[in-house]
Each structure stands twice: as C-alpha cells, then as structure tokens.
Design a protein. Structure first.
Length: 52
C-alpha cells in the first residue's frame, strides 16, 4: 500500500510539531533552572554574579 503525498505531508508535519513542542518544553525547563540558579546565586551572596 502506498501513501498519498498529502497523508505523508500530514504525518511529517505532526512529527515536526511534536519535535517543536518537545524543544519548547525543554527550553522552558532550562529557563526555569537558570532563573532558579540566578536567584539562588544572588540571595546567597557566596558566589559573584556573572553577567553574560
């Protein structure tokens, strides 16, 4: 059985959408961790603040 091009494109777009959603979730988690580390660093006073 051969898939028609529209079905193939739809399936590929769904895969890309899933990859984008996964990447955005990872980015949000990383940003939260960075914010938490940044806040902890500023409140503890034990480590110098680094501006990037």
């Amino acid at each position: 059985m051969q898939l028609n091009p529209a079905h193939h494109l739809d399936h590929r777009l769904q895969e890309i959408d899933q990859q984008i959603n996964t990447a955005l979730r990872d980015i949000r988690r990383n940003m939260q961790e960075l914010e938490k580390a940044s806040t902890n660093g500023r409140t503890s006073g034990s480590s110098p603040r680094k501006d990037f």
